[in-house]
Design a protein around this ligand. Structure first.
Ligand code: GDP
Length: 424
């Protein structure tokens, strides 16, 4: 059976933890989009890890972890993550890489940095991992798929044409040092050597895995509101974050994705620029940030403080809708235990009218949150393993959210550890 694990919000919902937990009973975990630009934090018996490219099944000996064709493959980053995990005592993960995955080139990071510099105060708040230039090149058909590393003549020839156009931009737009074609060629040959043992025909592999009834998890990065079609465009990421894209980025038949486990965080956080209607500021935000996640809400890739907000029913209902959520995993609920009262955003007021439908970016920028205040439970809920044992106000919070977002909450996460979980 194929299940997707995706985010309904702005990312950082705790998908890594849910994937790591579900991987225990799975055969394959495959990343289908994104790159090393966001991170999953995972805490298990081996310790605490920030994964960027490695699939979150990497801690399970029984799991095959695949970099799907839809991923932006940063080869040095992947190798350093494998080394890091192994260095911390985890058995070497079982990794496979699609021969059709595209390679994040060293110059993609440069172009990302130069463009943010050029934009100055209008910048996107990119993590500068090269993601936007990478996907631009992929769809402009000047990217490189993994198999190209193993056809030297083809590679050399293609590289010549691409370096020519990149250097024109470097010289005339950004006024930066030019690329050296031979150096780049050597780098790519080196990349090929590093990943050769892992490369497979993932199209055949995945289709056979589906046919033989393997348990497969499609692992998403970021969330619905960062999707380039459905999110807060242009303050989104550059590859689709929705489960439907899993069919393309992991190469499984669309009708085989039977469960779409959509991860929803019990309050809001976001990184980068763009509208964030339920955002809070000052001491209120600082306290939630400090207490949030595991050891505070700071980016797993950049370390920068995340923007904080109350739970947003409008954004989350929409986020679940665009995912086609079949169930919700509701995470980091334990963090809210310090609050006497918990505001929740139940509508957006735009030009004097209240709506529950998530609007396009122009209207979003004018939206004001309509808040409803729920009573807090004012105690620590970590360690609880049965739904009935949660305090009444905590259950009421969950059930209120469930009604608003119109998707059953079947999993509640009440701590960062792998087994801090309540099934309903
Ligand atoms: P992802 O990108 O969706 O995997 O999310 P991140 O890893 O960036 O952020 C989630 C953060 O919350 C991580 O630090 C997790 O360890 C932590 N986390 C996940 N689930 C829970 C939970 O139920 N309670 C608490 N306190 N922290 C959690």
């Amino acid at each position: 059976m194929v299940k997707a694990i995706v985010g309904a919000n702005w990312g950082d919902e705790g998908k890594g933890k849910i994937t790591d937990m579900l991987a225990e009973k799975s055969d394959i975990v495959i990343r289908f989009q994104g790159g090393a630009n966001a991170g999953h934090t995972i805490i298990n018996d081996y310790g605490k890890f920030a994964l960027h490219l490695l699939p979150s099944g990497s801690f399970n000996k029984n799991v095959v972890n695949i970099i799907g064709n839809g991923v932006a493959l940063d080869i040095p980053e992947l190798i350093s993550e494998i080394n890091d995990v192994v260095g911390k005592g985890v058995p070497k993960p079982n990794i496979l890489i699609s021969e059709r995955a595209q390679i994040l080139m060293p110059y993609h990071k440069l172009f990302d940095t130069y463009e943010e510099e050029r934009l100055s105060d209008r910048q996107f708040g990119s993590t500068k991992s090269g993601i936007a230039p990478f996907f631009s090149d992929k769809f402009a058909k000047i990217g490189f798929q993994v198999w190209e590393l193993f056809d030297e003549e083809y590679l050399k020839d293609k590289l010549k044409g691409i370096v020519e156009v990149k250097n024109l931009i470097l010289e005339h737009v950004y006024h930066k040092p030019l690329l050296n074609e031979n150096e780049l060629f050597e780098t790519l040959i080196g990349y090929g050597k590093l990943i050769k043992p892992y490369v497979i025909n993932s199209v055949v592999y995945m289709n056979e895995a589906v046919k033989s009834g393997k348990e497969i998890l499609l692992e998403g990065q970021l969330g619905s509101l960062k999707d380039p079609d459905f999110g807060i465009y242009p303050f989104t990421t550059s590859s689709s974050t929705v489960a439907g894209y899993g069919s393309v980025g992991a190469c499984v038949p669309p009708y085989e994705i039977k469960e779409i486990i959509t991860v929803v965080k019990a309050y809001s956080s976001a990184v980068g620029a763009g509208a964030f209607v339920s955002e809070i500021f000052g001491d209120e935000a600082d306290e939630l940030r400090r207490r949030g996640g595991d050891g505070g809400e700071y980016g797993a890739t950049t370390g920068r403080p995340r923007r904080m907000g109350w739970f947003d029913c409008v954004a989350t209902r929409y986020g679940c809708m665009v995912q086609g959520a079949t169930q919700v995993a509701f995470t980091v609920l334990d963090v809210l235990g310090y609050l006497k009262e918990i505001p929740v955003c139940v509508g957006y007021e735009i030009d004097g009218k209240v709506t529950k439908d998530f609007p396009t970016t122009n209207l979003l920028n004018r939206a004001k949150p309509v808040l409803e205040v729920l009573p807090g439970w004012e105690c620590d809920i970590r360690g609880i393993t049965k739904y009935e044992d949660l305090p009444e106000n905590c259950r009421k919070y969950i059930e209120f959210v469930e009604k608003q977002i119109e998707v059953p909450i079947k999993i509640v996460s009440n701590g960062p550890g792998r087994h801090e979980i309540i099934f309903r």
